[in-house]
Ligand binder design. Structure first.
Ligand code: USQ
Length: 382
């Protein structure tokens, strides 16, 4: 299969590119390198040192004998998108190329506008290029579980059967997103659904939970293939942050009561899920939604789990309840369905103490790179 990984220099995109390449697919990466610029803007960095994209791809060629093509450019530039589609003619596009941080989108008006322009316009350009150049291509779009919010009923996979005034229909599940970032994904979903219906685009929206972990079989093979991992208050996410905080002796930053429950998955399962979607494509005109996660946890439960492992390792972890910078429920019902990827054959890597230990050990190895000044959350929702 010819697979274009948009956002192939990022936390999910880079290991996905290697995973497909290792399995014999022809892989191209599209990336504007903007993730690295956000590090400069925020004064933050990846815990692990990361090579440039060019060095990464050259190293992969040396290690595996396999080529990955690079297209450097921005999806909001339609000429770039169309010429790349003409040059590569993908069978599948895996689209990760978005600003993915909720706190970043909430910094101020400028960051909210940037996030929505970047994400919504980029995806719209991809849809137009698919229609013009590769109408049979399958779009695998990374959405988010945060599109649904935390309703007081079970969360279904994309659609809900509704009875109203004696009539019944299957309608898109109501969306109550957490941030301007999560809203951008809702806008994308609506645009994609519309183009499936109007132009016969085939698409899978993967509503992914919070991804944790770092290592995959491919990224472990050479230090220039290492993936990035974020610990700062803007791009760092719950479980990974807690493991790094435990390793460096920073209190674990639970926001508010910590009863916020979210869906989670191991990064190795992100790769499996994307592969399952690619090998079992949506039909022409079909807009499929899969909830992509394996387990749900409250934030406090995760902090306690990390603290217990850290204690066994001889560390002295503390859990801090910070004033919550976000507007979100801290105690709520949460029960999200996630059977569609399991039905396609997903074999989950459930959260284990070994994985937590491995993350703490990795953080210990690179602890000199950690800047304590960027750990606190500083973007507020109010
Ligand atoms: N939280 C803490 N302490 C922290 C960091 C987060 O208590 O140090 C809490 C937040 O308040 C929130 C929950 O943990 O209730 C999740 O926050 P997060 O920063 O781990 O993840 P989130 O902002 O939801 O975004 C991440 C990814 C995003 C993806 C989303 C999936 O950055 O790209 O779409 O996870 S989901 O959460 O299902 O929407």
């Amino acid at each position: 299969m010819k697979i274009l990984i948009a956002g192939g220099d990022g936390f999910c995109g880079w290991p996905t590119a290697l995973y497909f390449s290792e399995r014999g697919h022809e892989v191209a990466i599209a990336d504007s390198m903007i993730r690295r610029q956000w590090d400069d803007e925020l004064g933050s960095n990846s815990l692990t040192p990361i090579a440039t994209l060019k060095e990464r791809v050259t190293t992969w060629k040396n290690v595996s004998g396999k080529d990955i093509t690079i297209f450097v450019g921005d999806l909001t530039d339609y000429d770039f998108v169309e010429s790349m589609f003409r040059a590569f003619e993908p069978d599948t596009i895996v689209h990760y190329a978005e600003q993915r941080s909720a706190p970043y989108s909430m910094i101020d008006r400028k960051h909210a506008v940037f996030t929505q322009m970047n994400n919504v316009v980029g995806t719209l350009n991809v849809l137009y290029a698919m229609k013009e150049v590769v109408p049979d291509c399958h779009l695998i779009k990374l959405g988010t579980m945060g599109e649904y919010g935390t309703p007081n009923i079970d969360i279904e996979e994309g659609y809900l059967t509704v009875e109203h005034n004696g009539r019944e229909d299957v309608l898109p599940y109501p969306k109550q997103p957490f941030s301007f970032y999560h809203l951008s994904k809702v806008h994308d979903s609506n645009n994609i659904m519309f183009t499936c219906r109007s132009w016969g685009i085939r698409a899978t929206d993967l509503n992914q939970g919070v991804v944790y972990g770092l290592w995959t079989d491919e990224t472990k093979r050479h230090e220039k293939l290492y993936n990035r991992i974020d610990y700062d208050g803007v791009f760092g996410t719950a479980l990974n942050r807690f493991c790094i905080q435990a390793a460096v002796g920073h209190p674990l930053t639970v926001y508010g009561k910590g009863g916020q429950t979210r869906a989670f998955l191991d990064i190795r399962d992100t790769l499996q899920c994307v592969e399952l979607a690619a090998l079992n494509p949506a039909d022409k005109g079909e807009f499929r939604v899969f909830n992509q996660f394996t387990e749900q946890f409250s934030v406090l439960e995760l902090a306690e789990r990390v603290a217990a492992v850290a204690k066994e390792m001889g560390l002295n972890p503390e859990i801090a309840h910070l004033e919550n910078p976000r507007v979100e429920k801290e105690q709520h019902y949460y029960n999200a369905k996630h059977t569609k990827l399991m039905d396609l054959g997903l074999k989950p890597h459930l959260l284990s103490d070994d994985l937590i230990r491995e993350l703490i050990e990795t953080a210990d190895r690179y602890k000199d790179r950690v800047d304590f000044g960027v750990i606190a959350p500083n973007a507020t929702w109010r």
